[in-house]
Design a protein around this ligand. Structure first.
Ligand code: MCA
Ligand code: AMP
Length: 414
């Protein structure tokens, strides 16, 4: 309901099993067309649906600055915002990637990513369309299916969790990857350990790149030339990068860590109907990413941290503010802080640190987890819950999450 009303959607398409529940909600919100289409194509296709609608919609001329898509992304306030991407954003970025990654019309991409993010949509699908290449679209990431298709494929794109899992699979060998020319990783940091583990098994150096919903792709390791593990490479053609002190807004000396600021035809038009959030995201015409990076002597960027409060688990973003709001509403919780702790498979694990309220009956971790599951998508739910007497705070009264991450860096007690 939130997404439909916030975007003023005119048409809504869902899976057949959701239609009964969604139809009344969508109609109440003024959505004119509500349809369902199934993943396996059994209930028809979008083209057939359009052709059969009367009157048939007339084609409209589009310019570079017209809206192509609105993708929702959360934020430190926890309320998802629509990132408005223009035709120019998508075209300039896919042109840059086409050149940088040497896409060919005889490429075959194994697509195992969800379609509801930039990575699966505007990097993977648009790359194939731009090149006139082919793709095998898997319903989800399943190592068996990926292994089955690799001998016929040339390109694969994944988040680090997928590479971590593939690197542990004995079936992955240089011979299995004989027709592959490119493995791309992004959406979360790829550890040097997983880069090396994957190379040892497959004979391939993964090409790591860095992107965001608001900008699509920005920085990439090269197709030819060294791919340095632990770095995201060099700016893509047309993308300008600065490293800036997030407080003083002064560019940092070379070799020091600073916030990544970006400018270029790939940078989005702003958050839909959120002028304040848009103004906050830009400074002097530069988009402030909230990611911290350092540049080496060869100009390669390494992402070294984040100055935004964000957890990335299995390539999916979790904004602690959204989870904390849900936890604070559970009976017996006085206050909470949500942090990401290192996890070898998912990169980070969502962890809840809870202060129980005085008068409450003993609250257990299981109750907290079960209550969260009623309110949140499952990947956002804490997998670990710890109780403390009070949360550490700085002089401004802000919870010191770095201290909590340090305190709980060991394995869970008991
Ligand atoms: C699934 N689960 C997760 C995650 N995924 N928990 C934490 N983090 C996750 N990412 C939970 C499920 O809720 C379920 O819990 C249990 O794990 C098993 O579910 P299953 O569906 O079998 O999981 P999976 O198939 O192992 O999925 C892991 C995955 C998937 C393949 C890594 O999360 C995935 O496809 N991630 C890719 C996300 C992505 O495309 N990000 C791009 C964002 P339970 O059993 O308790 O119910 S775009 C972006 O970031 C920018 C633009 C960029 O640079 O690309
Ligand atoms: P999203 O909001 O889903 O577009 O996620 C974008 C965020 O993912 C970025 O701001 C980074 O924090 C993170 N990210 C994407 N690619 C990488 C990468 N290669 N290394 C580290 N972080 C990344």
């Amino acid at each position: 309901g939130y997404y439909l009303s916030d975007s003023h959607a005119d048409a809504f398409i869902c899976q057949p099993e959701r239609l009964d529940a969604m139809q009344p909600l969508a109609k109440d919100l003024g959505v004119r067309y509500v349809h369902s289409l199934s993943t396996d194509g059994a209930s028809g296709s979008f083209q057939v649906l359009l052709a059969s609608s009367a009157p048939s919609p007339a084609p409209v001329a589009l310019g570079l600055h017209d809206v192509a898509a609105i993708l929702y992304t959360s934020g430190t306030t926890g309320r998802p915002k629509g990132a408005v991407l223009t035709q120019q954003n998508l075209i300039s970025n896919i042109d840059a990637l086409h050149e940088a990654w040497g896409w060919r019309d005889d490429d075959l991409l194994v697509h195992a990513l969800p379609l509801f993010h930039t990575h699966g949509l505007f990097v993977a699908v648009n790359g194939v369309l731009r090149a006139g290449a082919s793709m095998v679209f898997l319903p989800r990431f399943d190592p068996d299916a990926v292994i089955e298709w690799l001998p016929r494929a040339s390109v694969f794109m994944g988040v680090p969790t997928m590479y971590h899992r593939l690197a542990q699979d004995h079936r992955l060998t240089p011979d299995l990857c004989r027709s592959m020319r490119l493995f791309v990783s992004g959406s979360a940091p790829l550890s040097v350990h997983d880069f090396e583990g994957f190379r040892a098994r497959s004979g391939h150096a993964i090409l790591e790149r860095y992107g965001m919903t608001e900008t699509t792709m920005n920085i990439s390791n090269p197709l030819t030339g060294p791919r340095k593990p632990g770095t995201v490479g060099l700016p893509l053609p047309g993308v300008e990068v600065r490293l800036v002190d997030p407080e003083s807004h002064v560019e940092v000396p070379s070799g020091s860590a600073g916030e990544i600021w970006l400018r270029g035809p790939n940078v989005f038009a702003g958050y839909f109907e959120r002028p304040d959030a848009t103004a906050e995201a830009f400074s002097d015409g530069w988009f402030r990413t909230g990611d911290l990076a350092q540049q080496d002597a060869d100009g390669y960027y390494a992402i070294v941290g984040r100055c935004k409060d964000l957890i990335i688990t299995g390539g999916l973003n979790v904004y602690p503010a959204e989870v904390e709001a849900v936890l604070d509403a559970i009976g017996g919780v006085d206050e909470s802080a949500v942090i990401g702790l290192p996890d070898p498979d998912l990169g980070e694990q969502v962890t809840a640190i809870i202060v129980r309220s005085q008068a409450s009956q003993p609250l257990t971790g299981d109750v907290v987890k079960a209550s969260a599951r009623n309110r949140l998508a499952s990947y956002k739910c804490p997998t670990r819950v710890e109780f403390v007497e009070s949360l550490p705070r700085n002089a401004m009264g802000k919870v010191e999450k770095a201290r909590l991450r340090q305190q709980f860096s060991g394995p869970p007690a008991g």
